[in-house]
Design a protein around this ligand. Structure first.
Ligand code: SF4
Length: 174
């Protein structure tokens, strides 16, 4: 793909959640993307929502750009994302990189940076879309395309600790 921010066609329109899940578990990405959304049944998702709701004031809440839901963007050129734990920090990082990438290539907005907030940990992580990160992200987007092109979900993971917190646990392991 070109690095030209004025490219003729925008990048594939995924959601940030899909980019996140692609790094956590390809099967979760597939199930989620095929509308098998069971997140409303997960207490961990509820916990995340509670932290999100209680951490920032109402005017700082979500912004929808096409299908991309950004937690909030201040007047400081920074896209902010709120997470409850840093257990899958790389997935969070690429989720925010995807926001920056989409804003750059689909909306022509450059020089935007990202910041991930972990309120429970009192920790923030600043994110910058470098050329190297962009190339890594484009490889991830190609992988998502390939996973979603399949009629069948990828195999489940070996039971990892993350699975116990996943909303698809019953589907995968019962
Ligand atoms: S339970 Fe584990 S294998 Fe199944 S979708 Fe969730 S993370 Fe993937």
């Amino acid at each position: 793909m070109s690095n030209d921010s004025t490219r003729e066609s925008p990048p594939s329109l995924f959601t940030g959640t899909q980019v996140n899940y692609s790094l956590v578990c390809p099967r979760k990405l597939w199930l989620f993307s095929k509308d098998l959304d069971m997140e409303h049944t997960s207490e961990y998702v509820e916990l995340g929502r509670f932290i999100h709701e209680s951490s920032f004031t109402r005017h700082e809440k979500e912004i929808l750009i096409d299908r991309i839901k950004i937690d909030f963007s201040g007047h400081d050129g920074i896209v902010h994302e709120i997470k409850k734990s840093d257990a899958v920090e790389e997935a969070h990082t690429f989720q925010v990189l995807y926001y920056l990438y989409y804003l750059k290539h689909a909306k022509g907005l450059e020089n935007i940076t990202g910041r991930i907030h972990y309120p429970k940990l009192r920790h923030t992580l600043d994110i910058e879309l470098t050329a190297e990160r962009e190339a890594q992200l484009e490889a991830i987007l190609a992988k998502i395309d390939a996973i979603l092109a399949s009629d069948q979900p990828p195999p489940r993971l070996e039971k990892i600790s993350f699975c116990k917190k996943c909303s698809y646990y019953e589907l995968c392991y019962s």
